[in-house]
Every structure is written in structure tokens, then in C-alpha cells.
Design a protein around this ligand. Structure first.
Ligand code: GAL
Length: 419
């Protein structure tokens, strides 16, 4: 319409001034809500931003700090309620299903069919990327959450080997503590407490118990003696955390390991992004290994960009964003920096470092063996209401409000009333 009314001379002038491209690019923009504000996360996001800018799509950044995305989800609710949804939103697991159920998401079917997403995205992720058979989100990565990140100089200094069992872990933590270091770097925020809890559940009860308690929320499993042992172990770990842990951001806890103030951190592999961002090298400066007792299993979460329904003028840029996220070269470049592994199964591991290669191999093995589970802490095991009920009990116990027996009772009750 606009161009139709222009005179030839007018059009010529626009071309001469090089304005036609700037008009086009001013129209092409995406607004993206996310919580990737730590150094390593921001660096990874730059990869996507650059990719889109290279295609003439400008990036409107909407960061909402807070690992795990709780605050981001609150801000999102306000935006959607006021009828002003962003183009795309970083989101986890069950939250995606909730938003899909509200009928406010876009439809990526055409692009997905053209690019063959069905064949390369594993079922565990597709369960969240699709709703009622329609593609609504583009999965960026797979993080696994049952990792230990260790300072290698401290391990070498104290002659420590990578612990393979609970008892070996405690023996190592005792030595680190006795040498004057903080043994466990931790940030006291509910999602961080829950990240450790996931690992302790898996280590203590094994895969079947994880399935029964964290995914099926079976009251017998939640109320079992095994769960009591889980809480006792959480209290034991609490004894290795420093006094200032309350409210600390996860990346500041990672920095304590990087700076040789602390021995280990129990955290998902986004922590690796912080080590890399600080110029550290796996196996040389830091070690990555599975939480002792969970060597054969992987708890995962996958960041997905969920596409909201937007006006026609914004749809082309939205599809460019989705397509960029799903391109194999982007999935390699991004995840190398982020610490995660590609969501697509057909991306070669060549560009990944030792921890990344290990992560990819272990994810594939766990998937084959049936020991790949969604992380409760990161929204891939139960809906948000149940997750938050679990968070409350885990955090109250970690802060000494309940003993293990009371925590078990509280857990059973809290989950029951949240369902
Ligand atoms: C997770 C998210 C990761 C990571 C982490 C800390 O929920 O999946 O990508 O960034 O939070 O912010």
C-alpha cells in the first residue's frame, strides 16, 4: 500500500539513499523474554542475536534476572494479561503446556514440516514443543542437571579422586572443609535447593524411585523411608555450605569454585558456561562429573523458545527466529558456549569440549537405557503448582525448619493439596 502510492522518483530516492533496507529491517524485529543474564548465558544469547541481526531482524531484549525463570514467568503473565505478548519467550517444560492450554501461542507447523523437525527432535522434548499435535516452541538445548563442578587445583592439592558414591562424596567434602575451603558452593534459592534435591533423590533411591516420587508423585514413594534418607542427606550437605549462602545467585556460587574459594558446586551444566566465560578449561582447571550415585542416569531440562500469537506484521520475523534456533550450525555454536547440548539429535559433537562430549554421550546412553528423566527442579517432571509445593518443603527443611521425618509428612501433604 505504502509503496503503491509512491512516485517512481520517490522510490528512486529511497533506493539511492539506501533507505529501502532500513525500512524493511525496522519492520523486522523480535522481542524476546528470557532469564539469561549471567556472563556465560548472555554470551551464548549473543550467538542468536548476531545470527538474526545478520538476517536483518533486530533484537529487542527483555531480560528478567533470576535463574530457573520464576521471575520471568511472573513478568510474562503481566505482559500477556495486558494483551502485549512478546514474540518469543524462554520457557521450561510444564510451563509451556500451561500456556498452550490458554490458547495464546502461535503455530510453527508449516516451518517444522518444511525443515523436518519431527525427525530430529527427541520425543522427550517434543512432549513439550508440541501441543495437541501442533508445534508451538523451538527447543534450543538440553541441559542436564545432575552434575558436580569441582575446582581441580583443590582436588589435586588434597589428593582427591572424583567421588563415585555418597560415602566417597562425604569423605571428599570433609577433606575440603578441613583444609579451610568452603566445601559446597551453594546459593540458597528454592530452585537451587531443589536442583540438589533432584540429584539426591536419584542417588538415594535410583531411577525407579525418582520416577515414582518426582514424576508420578506416588504418595507411598513421597512418604517412604527412602525419602526420609533423602532429607537426612540434604541436611548433611547443608553442613558443608558457608554462612552467607542465603539468596546467593547460582553464578556467584560458581564463581566461588572458579576462584578456588570452594571445592564443588552441584548445578546444571549452565555452570560450565561460567567457567568457560572466565577462560577456564575442563580437566585442566575444573572437573565435571555426575553427582555420586547418579552415574547411569540423567535428569534434564530443555530451554525452548515458545512463540506467542503475534500480529501478521511480526510473524515473518518470528519464523526467522524459530528457524535460526533450529538450525544445526546454530545449535552447535550456541550450546558450545552455553554448556548444554543440542536439542537436535543430528548435530556433530566435534566442536564440544570434554564435558560437552561427555554430556552428549551420557544423554544418548540414558535415553537408550530408559534412565533419562525430566528434572523436577527445572519444570520437567510435574506441573508448576506441584513443583512449587515441593520447593516450599525442600527449602524449609534445608533452612532447618523441619527435621527429616516432618519434611516427609509435609511433602506428602503439600503435593496432595497442590494436585
Ligand atoms: C535454567 C535454564 C538454564 C540456565 C539456568 C540458570 O532453568 O534452563 O538455561 O540458564 O536456569 O539461569
Amino acid at each position: 500500500m505504502f509503496l503503491g502510492k509512491m512516485t517512481r522518483a520517490g522510490l528512486g530516492m529511497i533506493a539511492a539513499l539506501g533507505l529501502s533496507t532500513s525500512i524493511a529491517s525496522a519492520q523486522e524485529s523480535v522481542e524476546v523474554l528470557h532469564w539469561w543474564t549471567a556472563g556465560g548465558e548472555a554470551k551464548a544469547l549473543q550467538v542468536l542475536k548476531k545470527d538474526l541481526e545478520g538476517q536483518g531482524v533486530s533484537w529487542n531484549d527483555m531480560p528478567v534476572a533470576g535463574g530457573g525463570g520464576e521471575q520471568a514467568m511472573t513478568v510474562l503473565r503481566a505482559r500477556v494479561t495486558s494483551g502485549n505478548a512478546p514474540t518469543a519467550v524462554q520457557m521450561l517444560g510444564f510451563d509451556i503446556k500451561d500456556w498452550a492450554g490458554e490458547g495464546v501461542l502461535g503455530n510453527l507447523d508449516e516451518l517444522a514440516a518444511k525443515e523436518g523437525w519431527d525427525a530430529v527432535v527427541p520425543d522427550a522434548l517434543k512432549g513439550f514443543s508440541k501441543y495437541d499435535g501442533h508445534w508451538i516452541a523451538a527447543p534450543v538445548n538440553v541441559h542436564s542437571t545432575n552434575w558436580v563442578w569441582a575446582n581441580k587445583a583443590i582436588f589435586d592439592e588434597l589428593g582427591l579422586k572424583q567421588p563415585g558414591s555418597w560415602d566417597e562424596l562425604i569423605a571428599a567434602l570433609d577433606k575440603i572443609k578441613a583444609a579451610g575451603y568452603t566445601a559446597v558452593a551453594h546459593g540458597g534459592q528454592a530452585w537451587q535447593d531443589a536442583t540438589i534435591f533432584d540429584a539426591v533423590v536419584m542417588a538415594t533411591g535410583g531411577p525407579d524411585f525418582y520416577q515414582a516420587s518426582m514424576i508420578d508423585t506416588d504418595p507411598d514413594a513421597l512418604g517412604s523411608d527412602t525419602m526420609k534418607t533423602v532429607f537426612e542427606r540434604m541436611a548433611t550437605l547443608r553442613g558443608y555450605v558457608d554462612d552467607n549462602f542465603s539468596g546467593r545467585d547460582w553464578n556467584l556460587a560458581t564463581a566461588m569454585v572458579i576462584n578456588k574459594e570452594a571445592g564443588v558446586q552441584f548445578m546444571g551444566d549452565w555452570a560450565k558456561g561460567e567457567f568457560l566465560n572466565a577462560g577456564k578449561v575442563p580437566d585442566q582447571d575444573f572437573l565435571c562429573f555426575r553427582f555420586p550415585g547418579t552415574q547411569d542416569a540423567v535428569t534434564f531440562n530443555s530451554d525452548q523458545f515458545v512463540m506467542f500469537k503475534v500480529g501478521e506484521d511480526r510473524q515473518d520475523a518470528q519464523m526467522k527466529l524459530a528457524s535460526a534456533v533450529m538450525s544445526p550450525s546454530f545449535q552447535s555454536a550456541f550450546n558450545v558456549v552455553k554448556g548444554s547440548v543440542p536439542a537436535r539429535t543430528d548435530v556433530p559433537n566435534d566442536a564440544f569440549d570434554a564435558c560437552g562430549k561427555k554430556g552428549m554421550a551420557e544423554l544418548a546412553a540414558a535415553n537408550k537405557k530408559g534412565t533419562l528423566f525430566g528434572s523436577m527442579a527445572h519444570g520437567h517432571a510435574v506441573p508448576a503448582g506441584v513443583k512449587n509445593a515441593m520447593y516450599d518443603v525442600i527449602t524449609a527443611h534445608f533452612n532447618g525448619e523441619y527435621d527429616a521425618a516432618t519434611a516427609v509428612e509435609e511433602l506428602v501433604n503439600a503435593v496432595e493439596s497442590a494436585q
